[in-house]
Design a protein around this ligand. Sequence first.
Ligand SMILES: [Zn+2]
Length: 299
Amino acid sequence: MVKPTAKKLGRNAPCHCGSGRKYKDCHLLAEEAARSEQLRLRQAQDTLLPKIIEAAQSVPDQFPPAFDRFWQGKYEYGVEQMEKLSTVEDRGSERFLTWFAFDFRQADGRTLVDQLDDAVEIGGFDVDPFERRLLSQWRRVRLRPYVVAEVRKGKGLSLRDLLGDAMYEVADHGASKRLAPGEVVVGHLISADTAPGAEAPTYYLAGAAAQLTDDTAEKLLEFAELHLADLRRRVPDATWDDVVDQRSEVLNHFVIALPQEQRDPTVMERIIAEGRIGLQLTAESVAALLGRTLPSDDE
Ligand SMILES: [Zn+2]
């Protein structure tokens, strides 16, 4: 946790670093600058995302193929359909637009975020220096699944990457009220500011994320592993980053196949079975591609 040293320390008090000098002659200015930078980056996060989503609206010819991939053909692209999706699928149009901006590759192979970041150089996308810094970092952001590890109600939460165990501290007051430990978030985690004295940046959920009940984590991982195994048939050292870089939309396919009303484990078994058939994989081949041995029958 970060101690708000500067606020409590008087200007003429001895500096907290133990230098023996007064605070105002030692660490005060640097800490004020760090706080102001943190604030500007946090503001940039709020202003940059709407700019990106607005830019997405300027390439509507790319919507139909992207729509088809994200919704797995379940919906056909249309302006009316986009509006309906906000209710039919929880914040569906917003979830689609966020994925479209961060994950979908345009005709030239770059994502929209890549294109916008490159366009800044030639004056094609108007951002301030703080937004610029974030935009460059956001090129690597993809849709990923996270498990809620801890919730600090009204403050934030800790998310664990379901595909790799990294932990992230997320400042999202709304999400901290809606989510409980063990539940799953399928969304875009973006870094923005780093609190003064903190070791890691603060993360935020960009746009809309799908929220799943706590019975889904294991099955979603199993489903995602089919896709990792599938990639490894061609590229033996493929990683989770490759999976989300090449086909993060499959995570949404899992989400939209889930029942909306009540829990149903048979549905998840069916999603996995269908995924295995679609990818022409067997339990044995998945285990082999992931470097695992299957438990033998006589144990
Ligand atoms: Zn000092």
